[in-house]
Design a binder for this molecule. Structure first.
Ligand code: SAH
Ligand code: SF4
Ligand code: F3S
Length: 460
């Protein structure tokens, strides 16, 4: 039996899909090359905005229709929307075979077995407090995700994530480090640590460092300490993490960025709004001034750090003045990139009780204004790289022009360059930047400075 997992939503979902795929492979299922040929299709879903749910529901509807021609096909749903809609999914889509809660994905192989034995419409909620979730990996390329923090305890007023992902739980550091070591042994060179508020790692009372020796660099905060421990793994060249929150941008984090060469100079630090009034209503826990102070702390230690963000336009009651405050904050923060979202009321969240009073047209207008502002900022930020040399981790042929290669800089900017003779994915390449557009750098004179394979051999 072959399977395919279709993924919506954030990187955590991408990671969960991989872990479920690894469980299915372990249970004897084979990965299908594409969705059409798969006997089992699982849709991993997102609830963060209504549109994300509409897409997943549309997809599930089509897949279930395909069962008319292929009655033996199994269609299931996992992830945040499955958690939120639960059994009601079977009323909407009667042909759906199974749904699992967001912390119950490890049961998918056995549920598929039950369905093969004749069960129908299986709903397996699991417990949101459960933290026994799959962490297996599939053989992959040079980069991998590692989840370090499940769930979220922040409860921003607009956000469904705490309801669908459950309470925060930090994995023991020893477990994360072992997972990272195994990935490096399999050829991975870059790891991205995932958590909804990843800088809160180890701050919920659980002792993630139980029994460990003190930090050689003298870190006392759990997250910088985790970075330090991962940086000590031979062959792991790059460490990224997402998402940040200003409260985690401490002096120790700034020092970790500065003193650990493996810590990539990039942080995704969602700001959501530049209006202090809206930030308070959103329960974000900081003012625009505190947000900018957090940026200064990081930039003081690492001047070329790149900062990206998320912004919501059209939060209930957002006035033209609030919106202009967001525009001003964007300029003051000099973001390298911004993801702009139109506010979407999510059932059961505190802000869903407010009147969604910014019209769709106005949300659309504010969205476009911020995108244009960001393009201007991005052009300026990209331009600062022209004439400089920078290190890129080579990924492979560029999507647009196969004769050139692309990769990412430490700042997470895409760089395109002519491949030096013999370059392999995972190699570090030094390039001179000659041109920039808002999100891409164009380099010349690429030269290999670090070999992926050489590191692999050192380890043997
Ligand atoms: N945990 C991350 C965000 C996860 S959700 C953090 O707090 O940093 C990703 C983004 O979706 C958020 O940053 C926010 O900008 C957006 N978002 C969340 N809920 C939303 C809603 N109800 N309407 C519109 N955008 C929303
Ligand atoms: Fe949602 Fe806020 Fe948690 Fe991010 S920190 S997932 S926006 S509740
Ligand atoms: Fe991610 Fe969407 Fe769930 S953003 S955590 S998949 S609601």
């Amino acid at each position: 039996m072959t399977f395919f997992i279709h993924t919506y939503g954030c990187q955590m979902n991408v990671r969960d899909s991989e872990a479920v795929a690894a469980e299915l492979v372990r249970a004897g299922y084979a990965r299908a090359p594409d969705e059409d040929s798969a006997d089992l299709v699982v849709v991993n879903t997102c609830s963060v905005r209504e549109k994300a749910e509409d897409k997943a529901l549309g997809k599930l509807g089509l897949l279930c229709k395909s069962k008319r021609e292929r009655p033996s096909r199994v269609v299931g749903v996992m992830g945040c929307m499955a958690q939120r809609m639960a059994e009601s999914l079977f009323r909407r889509i009667p042909q759906l075979d199974f749904a699992v809660g967001s912390r119950a994905a490890r049961h998918i192989p056995s549920i598929v077995g039950e369905i093969a034995a004749g069960a129908t419409q299986v709903w397996f909620p699991g417990e949101l407090s459960d933290f026994d979730v799959p962490h297996g990996h599939l053989p992959s390329g040079i980069a991998a995700f590692v989840t370090v923090l499940l769930g979220c305890n922040r409860r921003c007023s607009y956000c469904i994530v705490p309801d669908v992902r459950g309470p925060e739980h930090s994995r023991p550091a020893a477990e994360v480090i072992a997972e990272a070591k195994a990935l490096v042994a399999s050829g991975v060179r870059e790891i991205t640590l995932l958590g909804q508020s990843v800088l809160r790692y180890g701050r919920q009372g659980e002792d993630v460092w139980a029994g460990a020796a003190p930090s050689p660099m003298g870190f006392t905060e759990p997250f910088p300490r985790l970075l330090e421990a991962l940086a000590a793994i031979p062959g792991l060249r790059r460490i990224r993490f997402t998402s940040g929150h200003p409260s985690g941008c401490t002096a120790e984090l700034a020092r970790a960025f500065r003193d650990l060469p493996q810590a990539c100079r990039h942080l995704h630090l969602p700001v959501q709004s530049g209006s202090d009034r809206i930030l308070r209503e959103m329960r974000r826990g900081y003012t625009s001034g505190e947000y900018l102070a957090a940026l200064e702390r990081l930039r003081g230690a690492v001047p070329d750090i790149s900062i990206t963000t998320d912004i919501i336009v059209g939060y209930p009651g957002e006035t033209e003045d609030d919106f202009e405050a967001t525009r001003r904050l964007m300029r003051a923060a000099r973001f390298d990139n911004s993801f702009i979202f139109k506010y979407s009321p999510r059932p059961g969240t505190p802000s869903a009780a407010l009147v969604d009073d910014v019209t769709p047209e106005e949300k659309d207008r504010r969205n476009k204004v911020l995108l244009a502002d960001q393009d201007e900022l991005g052009l300026g930020n990209g331009g600062e790289w022209v004439g400089r040399e920078t290190e890129v981790m080579a990924e492979g042929p560029s999507l647009r022009n196969k004769s050139r290669w692309s990769g990412r800089t430490s700042q997470n900017k895409i760089a395109v360059f002519d491949p030096p003779e013999g370059v392999r994915p995972g190699d570090l390449v030094r390039v001179r930047i000659v041109r920039a557009n808002p999100q891409t750098l164009f380099g010349e004179d690429a030269a290999i400075t670090g070999r992926a394979a050489a590191i692999g051999k050192e380890q043997k």
